[in-house]
Ligand binder design. Structure first.
Ligand code: AMP
Length: 214
């Protein structure tokens, strides 16, 4: 199974993708995580990506497609893309890469969440520096403030989860990413999921959608 998760920042793509990857034994490939890791390691890729990410802008298509090509060449399992593709050029580039590898996309899940909910979610989001577990200070707070329930790691707020950068990320999403819904709709692989419901309910809807052979 090869799945793409589309949806605005804060639509729940990451959390749902991780859970779906466990359920169907798939690789979870998040370009955001790969880029954040490169920043942490201070690699040349990280240094370049940081300039864009700090402002909520997209990292250039050729850089992201290079990452994906490398990931797909070395991985052998099915996968879920979380946060990729984000532009029409990335969607087309992916198609070329997959064709070369003799693969195709099974389903594209579009998580639809109202903007007001997204801003609330992102402002309240905290992550564990150690294991990456996600919390929400309002709806899913940690038992002990600032500490991860699972591993005891320190919780932090992503530097791009501030009001100003969130607004830019949403504008970039609307302008550059939203149009690729139509690209996948015309290929007959897009499924719409209402992501504004509770976590378990959304997960159930996604699981059914990706397993549906239609
Ligand atoms: P995310 O963790 O998916 O919210 O991504 C965080 C940031 O990483 C984005 O705001 C972009 O700056 C960058 N990024 C992640 N994935 C991509 C992508 N597919 N294309 C361009 N930039 C990306």
């Amino acid at each position: 199974m090869r799945v793409i998760f589309l949806g605005a920042p804060g639509s729940g793509k990451g959390t749902q993708a991780k859970r779906l990857a466990r359920k169907f034994d798939l690789d979870h490939i998040s370009t955001g995580d790969i880029l954040r890791n490169a920043i942490k390691e201070k690699t040349p890729l990280g240094m370049k990506a940081k300039l864009y990410m700090d402002d909520g802008e997209l990292v250039p298509d050729d850089v992201v497609l290079g990452i994906i090509k490398e990931e797909l060449t070395r991985r052998k399992k099915g996968f879920i893309f979380d946060g990729f593709p984000r532009t029409r050029a990335q969607a087309e580039g992916l198609e070329t890469i997959l064709r070369e590898l003799g693969l195709d996309i099974t389903k594209v899940v579009n998580l639809d969440v109202p903007d007001e909910m997204i801003v609330c979610r992102l402002e309240a989001r905290r992550l564990c520096r150690n294991c990456g577990q996600e919390y929400n200070l309002k709806t899913r707070p940690p038992k002990k403030e600032g500490i991860c329930d699972i591993c005891g790691g320190e919780l932090y707020r992503r530097p791009d989860d501030t009001a100003e950068v969130i607004n830019n990320r949403l504008a970039v999403y609307r302008q550059k990413t939203k149009p690729i819904e139509n690209y996948y709709r015309s290929k007959g692989v897009l499924v719409e999921v209402d992501g504004g419901r509770g976590f378990d309910e959304v997960f159930k809807a996604i699981s059914q959608a990706v397993a549906d052979p239609k």
